[in-house]
Write a protein that binds this ligand. Structure first.
Ligand SMILES: [Zn+2]
Ligand SMILES: [Zn+2]
Ligand SMILES: [Zn+2]
Length: 155
């Protein structure tokens, strides 16, 4: 499953799928999707945009919940560790994974005008792997971030 952020679609269905997959994944790993972890994921799933930790905090405050920065950072760490959320290095922001369950190299299309983000599934940077191999370099983490304009913003 993936969420095609730049074309109209039933995002409520993406949200439901992502939450139930997150629950299944946590259950399978014996981890708990605590209320705060779930809430952080829900906030990120609300719109197909990336959010900084500070934006997430503000959304908590808006819904009347106490601001708890350390708890939210811990929840983000948990979600990132399990691949339920990805961190966008360039933007220093977070985005909910839209292809949960598979181990994958996250690749993103990021609109610089509206900040919407779409995760592109099935990107395998094999050439990067090959380049690393010839130099004995061990890749620990790869994130592909493509910045540009979505169709709506380009008009
Ligand atoms: Zn969606
Ligand atoms: Zn992903
Ligand atoms: Zn855009």
């Amino acid at each position: 499953m993936s969420c095609p952020s730049f074309v109209p679609h039933d995002h409520a269905a993406c949200r439901r799928d992502a939450l139930s997959q997150a629950e299944a994944l946590c259950a399978a790993e014996g981890a708990r999707l605590t209320p705060i972890r779930r809430k952080v994921l829900e906030v990120l799933l609300k719109q197909p945009k990336s959010l900084g930790a500070y934006d997430i905090l503000n959304q908590f405050a808006e819904s009347g919940e106490p601001k708890q920065p350390p708890a939210i950072y811990r929840a983000l760490d948990f979600l990132v560790e399990r691949g339920l959320v990805h961190r966008l290095e360039k933007l220093n922001a977070y985005v909910a994974c839209s292809c949960q369950g598979d181990s994958h190299v996250p690749a993103f299309l990021i609109c610089r005008a509206c900040d919407r983000v779409s995760e592109a599934p099935d990107i395998t940077p094999r050439r990067l792997d090959a380049a690393a191999q010839t130099q004995g370099f061990r890749i620990e983490r790869t994130v592909v971030e493509a910045v540009g304009l979505c169709e709506a913003c380009a008009e």
